[in-house]
Every structure is written in structure tokens, then in C-alpha cells.
Design a binder for this molecule. Sequence first.
Ligand SMILES: Cc1cc2nc3c(=O)[nH]c(=O)nc-3n(C[C@H](O)[C@H](O)[C@H](O)COP(=O)(O)OP(=O)(O)OC[C@H]3O[C@@H](n4cnc5c(N)ncnc54)[C@H](O)[C@@H]3O)c2cc1C
Length: 239
Amino acid sequence: MQLRLPSSVSEAQRCLADGAVPIGGATLVWAGWQRDGFPEQAVSLRDLPEANTVGPEELGGAVRLHRVDATVPEALHRAASGVGTGAVRRAATVGGNIVGSTLRCLLPAALVLDARATVLTADGVYETDLAELLAKRHVLLALRWRTPLASGYRKLDGEAGGPPPLVAAVAVHADGDAPGTVRVAVRVGYEVFSESTPYRTDAEQVLRSLAAAGSAALPAPAQDALRREVTDVLARAVV
Ligand SMILES: Cc1cc2nc3c(=O)[nH]c(=O)nc-3n(C[C@H](O)[C@H](O)[C@H](O)COP(=O)(O)OP(=O)(O)OC[C@H]3O[C@@H](n4cnc5c(N)ncnc54)[C@H](O)[C@@H]3O)c2cc1C
């Protein structure tokens, strides 16, 4: 296998046009490749500056999870720090997690940040939403969002060999100078429920409105986790 390491977007596009398979830290693909055979070419974005940014409003697709620190909003920071083991986080990347894994612990955090994805195709670079990113399994160059007033992320303990642990993420976004919207995302099994509702100071009002929008159908432990996270993030949204 030839591993290509483009350092410009146009070079990366050529790699895709040549049929190179995107690769992050290879934490997921390696075992399969050893079993089924390696592709002729793979392309890693680790030398591409556009895919390596870590900022308050952006995160590159080639950034390894252990580099996702408190520069990004709390929901995303906590999501990345809760993935697998230290060894996994030192190798696995943001793109490999959100686009390439089944658990995708970063996805609920990206959803509550209302993140947009900058994607790379053989034809060009463009911006799209998370739904299209996942449906078309585009190559993720970077995620971008607007800084929320407050955000949070809670991952419950899972049982070894059991279903994926429950995750609840919440963010409060500003509308002008005041809190405007509460966004929530809850992962139950491999499914992610996400919704938004106008901001209210009273957590119970927010939860009632989310229940009417569908969260009432979530299992009781998911509703409990959502309640705790909404209450906590709302309390931090206005200082
Ligand atoms: C022991 C262990 C524990 C784990 N625990 C968790 C957990 O708690 N939560 C969780 O969410 N995940 C967990 N994972 C999965 C982990 O998130 C993935 O292994 C990792 O995110 C994949 O990233 P990678 O960079 O190694 O991807 P790779 O293995 O390199 O690639 C995986 C797939 O993603 C694609 N890909 C890679 N980069 C990009 C990109 N920039 N854009 C689009 N597609 C891309 C590849 O083409 C491939 O199809 C665990 C994995 C292990 C091994």
C-alpha cells in the first residue's frame, strides 16, 4: 500500500481522484485490511494544515482525539476525552470518529454545536451539514460552529460487551445578546435523537417543550441524563 501525505488541498484532491482511501489513525481499518487485504493507495490528511486546526470555532478532521482540548467548547472536549483508552485517543482522529466509526461519540456534541462540515471531494471543497456528511461519508476537512454560551456532555458508564453507553449533550446558543436556543442530542444504542427549542430560564419548561418534540419517547435513563444535562448547562448559560 502506498500512503500518500498531501500538504495542499489540490494535492489531496488528486489523491482522491486517483482512488486513494482516506485514513485517519487506522484504529478501525487496520484489522480489516490485515484480514482482507490492503488497498493500493491510502491518503492521510495529517500534513494538510486545513485538516489540523484546533480553535474555539473549528476542529480539523485529521486532529487526533487527545489534541481536542479546552480550546473547543466543553461538549466537544468532553466527548473526545471520553473515547476509548488513552492509546486509542492518541491515534484516532476526528474524521475517523464522526464519519468512519459506528459509536461516533463526537457526533452528539457536534450536533448541539450546530456544526457545519467542510468536506473534500475529488471535485472541490464545500460546506455541508452533518446529515449529508454522514449520509455520503464525505472526507471531513474540518468542523465549524459558532461559540455557544454554554455546553455540556455526559456519557454514562457502559457495560463491557453491552450496548453503547448512553450520551447526552446540550448547548445554549445566543440570539443577539441573549440566550436564544437550546440544542440537545441523546445517543441511545446507535441512534441519536437531536432537537432544539427556544431558551427558557426554567429547565422544566425547556424539558416540557423537548418532550413534546419527541424526547418523551426516549427510555427513562436517557430522559434522566437529559434532565441533568439541561439543568446543568442552563445554569451555566447566564452568569
Ligand atoms: C479499544 C477501542 C475503544 C473505542 N471506544 C470508542 C468510544 O468510546 N467512542 C467512540 O466514539 N469510538 C470508540 N472507538 C472507535 C474510535 O472512535 C475509532 O477507532 C476511531 O475514531 C477511528 O478513527 P481513526 O482515525 O483511527 O479512523 P481509521 O481507522 O483510520 O478510519 C476509519 C474509517 O473512517 C474513515 N475516515 C478516516 N478519516 C476520515 C476523514 N477525515 N473523513 C472521512 N472519513 C474518514 C476511513 O476511510 C475509514 O472508513 C474505539 C475504538 C477502539 C479500538
